[in-house]
Design a protein around this ligand. Sequence first.
Ligand SMILES: Cc1cc2nc3c(=O)[nH]c(=O)nc-3n(C[C@H](O)[C@H](O)[C@H](O)COP(=O)(O)O)c2cc1C
Length: 502
Amino acid sequence: MRKQLFAIGLTLLTISFCFNYFLKTGFVFSTLMIILIIIGFYNTIQQKHAILRNFPVLGYFRYLFEKIVPEIQQYFIERTTDGKPFSRNQRSLVYQRAKNIDATSPFGTQLVLNQDSYEGIKHSIFPATVNEELPRVIVGGPACTQPYSASLLNISAMSFGSLSENAIVSLNKGAQKGNFYHNTGEGGLTEFHQNGADITWQIGTGYFGCRDDRGGFDGGKFAEKANLSAVKMIEIKLSQGAKPGHGGVLPASKNTEQIAKIRGLQPHTTILSPPCHSAFSDGKGLIEFITRLRQLSNGKPIGFKLCIGDTSEFENLCQEMIHQNCYPDFITVDGAEGGTGAAPLEFADGVGMPLEPALIFVNKTLIRLGIRDEIRVICSGKIISGYSILKAIALGADMCNSARGFMFSLGCIQALRCNNNECPTGVATQNKMLIKGLVVTDKSERVFHFHKNTLHAANELLAAAGKNSFAEVDINIFMRGDEFSNLADHYFPDNLTNVTKH
Ligand SMILES: Cc1cc2nc3c(=O)[nH]c(=O)nc-3n(C[C@H](O)[C@H](O)[C@H](O)COP(=O)(O)O)c2cc1C
């Protein structure tokens, strides 16, 4: 290929010189040829990229196409019902609700319903009246002296660093207008989170915002922030579904001077938070830490977030709660299908329990041990519609968080560039030029409307199931396609081929 390249290059160069000489044109062309030949020559001697050594100019097309694979996939290949992690239909639903425009769908479902994986709500012949009020849940067990009335749907943990300042401010202002909480993520509580919304302050293994000189937990710094009136709840992050057991990742490209200053780190370096906490190392220590945070925050709700892995560990943790007679006010269960700004693929694809079995397990374990009433169960993992909210409640959650749903409401197009600072919508980047595109006044309204319209849709489904409150919802209001085949077998054991015509 190299020989051909030089032969073609030299031929084109000669032709362009002829044009140049006889017709006084072709200067640009010959300059271009010279540049390409120099690049081509360089590539034949470089030793890093085999493709470019063998195809010194054409090889660049591979890199170009590799770079725009998500766009090609999304614009030319994806159908309305596929697209990952979220289908085009799911994304469009959020966009429409966020823009507060008609979110109905035309002509009928595009799903194939007659198959085992179909899931649906068993509606009632006698639907209830749709409640116009958006549902709320009180968080705070017996040891909590400042219980919090939370919305049924809230913004899940996403740090400033992972998201841009305009994204964080828009989320915060939208949450303030809609009266729901905004979880800071493990990057800590920053000025951008303080635009009037209720805050759940997340404490990760990096202890950003309450970190001592050696990177450990600093009780004094914690108390200062925890007692701010905007901070309504405190969440200890044990793990997150997209990378359980790994710890946070802030890529060097997103670790700007500003973020490094807020977190007390070295700028422009990749920051890997440790996978485990230094303030405790077992269930006993975690429960003692909860007691300590409760004291330091003067009785605000304290909980922890985890993705379920080894179920026996969770059961032991519950036993420890009973032993110490100390319960978290809430447990946030994150499904393995959860999102992230950056995670190793092995962790994203192959570690942790998905939300559905995890919720059933956590709910049943708490009930079995007689401690369900003490603790609120919050969940996250692809909650973006009224349907997903109702299902999560049916499986055992008391309330829900959404991360990527709210990202879509900010204009995220699922470009899959959260980890390289190139997010084209200015949501998950620290590139000032891209951030400018995200206008806070407009996007905060969209955050507000997405929340309101999604909860209204959940209220409508609740009414369709004939229920008046979310407390009445349980797993029995859902049906699955595989139940139909079992029922068919049950009632019609002789299949139709045995029927004789008369
Ligand atoms: C960009 C991004 C950043 C995130 N940062 C955090 C974080 O700092 N702490 C955390 O516990 N979870 C973090 N998560 C996980 C979400 O809070 C949530 O648990 C998960 O994405 C599941 O919700 P979803 O399916 O609605 O996105 C992040 C997710 C995304 C997409």
